[in-house]
Design a binder for this molecule. Structure first.
Ligand SMILES: [Mn+2]
Length: 345
C-alpha cells in the first residue's frame, strides 16, 4: 500500500468528516487519524456497514470525507457523494473506487490474503508515532488481526511493556492482556449503550495519552456489566442449549436484553472449538443469529444461509457467520436449524 500517496492526498483536507466503523478497529483508527487530521468523527449509524439518512446529509455537506474500516464499495452511497473522499479499508473489496476525487486504499488490492486491520494501516500512515502504537494494537486485537501485525506488537512491547504480556504474540495471549481488555471495553460500550457507547469510546480513545487513561473511565462500568451479563448467559447456555450429538452442535436462544449473539458465540466456540455453535436472539424487529465452528469441520455460513433463506439475510466465513430473520419467521428458521443440526439432511 502506498502511504505516501495517501499522505499527499490528505494534505489539503480541512477538518474532514471522519466516518468510522462502529467497532474497536473503527474507533481506534479514527482516534489515530485525528492526531494528524483534526475533524469530527462519527460511527456509521445504519444497520451493518450502512449510514443513516441523517449522517449522509452531514457527509454531503462537508468538503472532505474520510471513511475508516468501512467497505464503501459495497454501499450505494459511493454514487451519491462527489466531494473529496479518502477511504482506508481492509475488508475484501468488490471494486476500487479510486478516481478524480476519491482515493481508495485497501491492502487487499495488492494481496488478497492480507489481514491488516484499519487501525494498523492508520498507524502506518502517521509515521513515527511509536507512542501511539498501543491505540492501533487495541483495534488490531479487536479485529483478531494480531498474527499479521507482529511488528506492531513488538513496538507496543517496547513502549508499554506492561499492557501486552507474554513474548509470544498470539491472538489468544494478547486477548488476555490489558490491550485485549481495552478492546473488550469498547465492545462492551456498544453492547451496553449502543451507538452512544461507541461515541463515548471514541472520545475516550482520542483523548487518552496512555492505556491507563482508558481504565479510569465509564468504559470500565460498561465492561463490568458486560462481563457479568456474558457470564450469566454462559451458565445458562450450559444448562439450556439444545445439543445435537450426531453433529456435535449446540443451538441456544439468548435471554439477555443486551445484544450478545456474536460475543457469546465467540466465547462458547473458544471453549468448544470442534462444535457447531448457533446462538440466536429474538428482538422486536426480528431475530439475530451468530454461528461458529472454529475447527472448520462444518461450514456454518452455509447452515445459516439455509436457515434464513427467503426470510432474511445471512453469510460470512465458514468458521464464523451471522444472519438475520424477519419478524414472524423466527420459527421457520429455528426448525431449519434443527433439521440441519440433527443431521437429517
Ligand atoms: Mn476492521
Amino acid at each position: 500500500m502506498n502511504f505516501e500517496k495517501s499522505r499527499k492526498f490528505l494534505k489539503d483536507f480541512e477538518r474532514p468528516i471522519i466516518v468510522y466503523h462502529k467497532d474497536a478497529d473503527g474507533v481506534c483508527s479514527a482516534a489515530l487519524l485525528q492526531e494528524i487530521l483534526p475533524g469530527n468523527a462519527f460511527p456509521n449509524d445504519g444497520p451493518g456497514i450502512q449510514v443513516s439518512e441523517g449522517l449522509l446529509e452531514t457527509i454531503k455537506n462537508s468538503k472532505n470525507v474520510v471513511f475508516l474500516d468501512i467497505p464503501v464499495d459495497q454501499l450505494p452511497l459511493a454514487d451519491e457523494i462527489d466531494q473529496r473522499v479518502f477511504i482506508l479499508d481492509h475488508h475484501p473489496p468488490e471494486k476500487d473506487l479510486t478516481g478524480k476525487n476519491i482515493l481508495h486504499q485497501n491492502p487487499r488490492f495488492e494481496n488478497s490474503e492480507a489481514y491488516l486491520p484499519a487501525s494498523y494501516l492508520t498507524y502506518k500512515l502517521l509515521e513515527d508515532r511509536k507512542d501511539l502504537a498501543w491505540k492501533a494494537g487495541v483495534g488490531v486485537v479487536g479485529d483478531h488481526g494480531v498474527k499479521d501485525c507482529q511488528d506492531l506488537m513488538e513496538t507496543i512491547a517496547e513502549e508499554n511493556p506492561d499492557i501486552i504480556g507474554e513474548k509470544d504474540y498470539t491472538y489468544e495471549n494478547i486477548k488476555e492482556s490489558k490491550l485485549g481488555i481495552i478492546a473488550d471495553m469498547i465492545e462492551a460500550s456498544k453492547v451496553v449503550k449502543g451507538l452512544d457507547g461507541i461515541r463515548k469510546s471514541q472520545e475516550i480513545l482520542r483523548k487518552a495519552e496512555n492505556p491507563n487513561d482508558v481504565f479510569e473511565t465509564d468504559l470500565r462500568d460498561f465492561y463490568e456489566i458486560y462481563m457479568k451479563e456474558l457470564g450469566k448467559e454462559e451458565n445458562r447456555f450450559e444448562r439450556k442449549a439444545e445439543y445435537f450429538p450426531k453433529t456435535n452442535s449446540y443451538l441456544y436462544g439468548l435471554s439477555s436484553n443486551y445484544s450478545l449473539v456474536s460475543d457469546l458465540s465467540n466465547r462458547m466456540s473458544n471453549k468448544n472449538p470442534e462444535s457447531v455453535i448457533i446462538i440466536y436472539q429474538k428482538e422486536s424487529y426480528g431475530m439475530k443469529i451468530s454461528g461458529r465452528c472454529q475447527s472448520g469441520r462444518v461450514d456454518v455460513s452455509d447452515i445459516i444461509k439455509y436457515a434464513v433463506e427467503g426470510h432474511g439475510t445471512g453469510g460470512g466465513h465458514p468458521q464464523a457467520a451471522g444472519g438475520f430473520v424477519e419478524r414472524g419467521k423466527e420459527g421457520i428458521a429455528l426448525e431449519r436449524f434443527r433439521e440441519r443440526l440433527e443431521g437429517i439432511s
